[in-house]
Design a protein around this ligand. Structure first.
Ligand SMILES: [Zn+2]
Ligand SMILES: [Zn+2]
Length: 172
């Protein structure tokens, strides 16, 4: 028992709907072989590769490929809440070396935040959630939780909010 259910894959499927329930289009593979399979694949709305896996105990008959692979590496089911991150952010690049297993979505978000910051010029850059630009902490108002924003951006938002709330004149 390696924790991996028998994995069924769609044969050359371009779309999910065309292949669901047509057993003759479904091939069955097990273990290692399944992961080297390069044939047609099913991709979900978020860009993740899916495997036809009707015995997964989920509402959907499909399981994300990277989840199956990560569980194979771990040798057990991923704990609830755990998120598998693709290091190069290519959701179709499913290799063990490309996975970072995050204990929860919060950590996963942090990872993405740091990646954005590094791209923008440095790991300590902070992204203003209002104008969505990165800036050095000195230019931002940093809150105790580490989030920060430009004062002028915040003022603008506050102004709009107040204008809506009270229908007052805005001077910004
Ligand atoms: Zn990620
Ligand atoms: Zn800003």
């Amino acid at each position: 028992m390696n924790g991996i259910p028998e994995v069924k894959m769609l044969d050359g499927a371009q779309g999910v709907s065309r292949s669901i329930g047509t057993e003759k289009n479904v091939i069955s593979r097990k273990g290692e072989n399944s992961f080297s399979w390069k044939g047609g694949r099913v991709i979900d709305g978020y860009g993740y590769a899916l495997l036809y896996n009707p015995d997964n105990g989920q509402a959907s008959n499909y399981t994300k490929l990277h989840i199956i692979m990560a569980e194979k590496v771990l040798g057990k089911k991923l704990p609830v809440g755990v998120v598998v991150h693709h290091s190069d952010e290519n959701r179709l690049h499913n290799e063990n070396s490309n996975f970072v297993i995050c204990e929860n979505q919060g950590y996963h978000n942090l990872l993405h935040k740091r990646m954005r910051a590094i791209e923008a010029g440095g790991a300590n850059m902070v992204r203003c959630p209002i104008c969505k630009e990165h800036d050095i902490p000195e230019n931002l108002y940093i809150r105790s939780n580490g989030q920060g924003y430009h004062r002028r951006c915040h003022a603008k938002v506050e102004c709009v909010r107040k204008r809506i709330m009270r229908a007052k004149k805005c001077h910004l």
